[in-house]
Design a protein around this ligand. Structure first.
Ligand code: BES
Ligand code: ZN
Ligand code: ZN
Length: 488
């Protein structure tokens, strides 16, 4: 749907709109709703009492009130509510309002009394903007509903920030949702250029010849099987003054992963257009960063390629020479991400990044370990790891620390080359082994986020429809440009 979220200073009952939304929790009206109730001569509370509404999360009740309507919205039990409740309420609410046919509504800023006006405004606006997301580009006759939503007694700056962040998340979702025949590596390069032009960022996109000449043999080896040539994408945000620090973001950019000659079963291939979700998160983040203008320098790197089968594709047993100089024996062509990332990480390191944060849909093993809501976090530096985890917590994304167990390192030592890209027939600890492989390519503080689980949702989820989730953008933005809302 096309949604605009507007911040207003006035109380919910002072803003004229055909629909007014008020909350209740644990069977009781919120403070704002009570004011509305008094104005209506106790009508709202009477209905709640008589119908024995408990206020399950997302439960709604539409009531006429004079010329207008009131929508009572259940926020769930009082115990256990969090800012995530407010965010999810925002997402759910926009669907309820449009389902009822309204194009404009005013809502109270739920739980501002509990979490503070700024935090509550931010969460509600972010939830509404993320919840309203749809991907209808390829529908011949899409129905696109419109909604203008006023947040009463809300914080303007908080709503502005929510708009910037949600727009970046939705941009990342769009990239993931694009079909792979459209979003080839070259097209991803074009999108990066377009983004740089719009946002005022520096950009450079290398073609296959430049990639080969630079010595990115691991990356090129993966890419060589496709008629769609690879691209190496670099974007830079520079602050006006001397940067407080220089951070590199690296995103896995496989526009499609068939597995190569270690072919995936067709079931597992169904979601493999999402194998560039790391790249999407990184590009989305750059978009928000360009608007928020933090004082650190941020450099984004994406090695974009397609993992295909053909007469020119790489084989099992091939030895590739990475940019770092280390040689890698390919024992599984489906473990391609780490090969492309190895060269991107080496490059980021050599270009002078002080720390590297890398995001990739890297292993099915990580999904087995943590399920599809939680990303695995591997770090070679405790401080940076903690920083990322805390940013994720504040941003409302779930990441969980995993060990880079040194004892397993011997499993990626090859008999023929320096390294091998998989640890043999055993599948034990697959996510850790992949992390250890990446850690071979830099001595700088590195955080690797394995987002194979949360990057893509096969079903609608509380903050959006099935498809790309845009996972990682909120965490990275919060890390690089911490929200002033938390200082309240
Ligand atoms: N892109 C996949 C990982 C993946 C799995 C992403 C599920 C999203 C959802 C990756 O390239 C891959 O195929 N990894 C292999 C590694 C194995 C061969 C060591 C895997 O996880 O099976
Ligand atoms: Zn793969
Ligand atoms: Zn992959």
């Amino acid at each position: 749907m096309e949604i605009t979220v507007k911040s207003a200073r006035r109380y919910v009952d002072e803003i004229p709109a055909p629909l007014t939304v008020a909350g209740y929790w644990g069977g009781e009206l919120t403070e704002e709703a009570k004011k509305l109730d008094t104005k209506s001569g106790g009508q709202l509370s009477r209905v709640l009492d008589e119908l024995k509404y408990k206020g399950e999360f997302g439960e709604t009740l539409l009531l006429p009130l004079g010329e207008q309507f009131v929508l009572l919205f259940g926020l769930g039990r009082k115990r256990g509510v969090s800012l995530e409740t407010v965010r999810r309420a925002g997402a759910k609410l926009v669907h309820e309002i449009t389902r009822l046919g309204f194009k404009e509504a005013v809502t109270e800023t739920f739980l501002a009394e509990k979490f503070g006006k700024k935090q509550a405004s931010y969460a509600l606006a972010e939830g509404a903007l993320l919840g309203a997301y749809e991907f209808k580009k390829y529908k011949s006759d899409p129905e696109i509903k419109k909604l203008r939503l006023w947040l009463a007694r809300s914080s303007g700056p908080a709503v502005d920030r929510a708009e910037i962040v949600a727009e970046a998340v939705n941009y990342a979702r769009d990239l993931v949702n694009e079909p792979p025949n459209v979003l080839t590596p070259a097209e991803l390069g074009e999108r990066a250029k377009e983004l740089a032009r719009e946002a005022g960022l520096e950009v450079e996109v290398w073609d296959e010849r430049q990639i080969q000449q630079a010595g990115m043999g691991a990356f090129y080896g993966v890419a060589q099987g496709s008629v769609n040539p690879p691209r190496f994408i670099q974007l830079t945000y520079r602050p006006q003054a001397k940067p407080s620090r220089v951070v590199a973001l690296v995103g896995k950019g496989m526009t499609f992963d068939t597995g190569g000659y270690s072919l995936k079963p067709s079931e597992s291939m169904l979601t493999m257009k999402c194998d560039m979700a790391g790249a999407a998160a990184v590009l989305g983040t750059m978009r928000a960063i360009a608007r928020l203008q933090p004082d650190c320098e941020v450099r984004a790197y994406v090695a974009a390629a397609e993992n295909m089968i053909s007469g020119t594709a790489y084989r099992v047993s091939d030895v590739l020479k990475s940019l770092s100089g280390k040689t890698v024996e390919v024992l599984n062509t489906d473990a391609e991400g780490r090969l492309t990332l190895a060269d991107a990480i080496t490059y980021a390191d050599r270009e002078g990044a002080e720390s590297i944060i890398e995001l990739s849909t890297l292993t099915g093993a990580c999904v087995i370990a943590l399920g599809d809501k939680v990303a695995g976090m591997f770090s070679t530096d405790t401080r940076l790891g903690r920083e990322v985890q805390e940013a994720a917590e504040r941003a409302g994304e779930k990441v969980w620390p995993m060990p880079l167990e040194e004892e397993y390192r011997e499993m990626i030592v090859s008999n023929t080359a320096d390294l091998k890209n998989v640890h043999g027939r055993s599948r034990h600890g697959g996510a850790i082994v992949a992390g250890l492989f990446l850690a071979e390519f830099t001595e700088k503080p590195l955080v690797h986020l394995d987002i194979a689980g949360p990057a893509y949702s096969e079903r609608p989820h509380p903050l959006g429809p099935a498809g790309g989730v845009g996972f990682g953008v909120r965490t990275l933005v919060e890390l690089l440009s911490p929200s002033p809302l938390n200082e309240e």
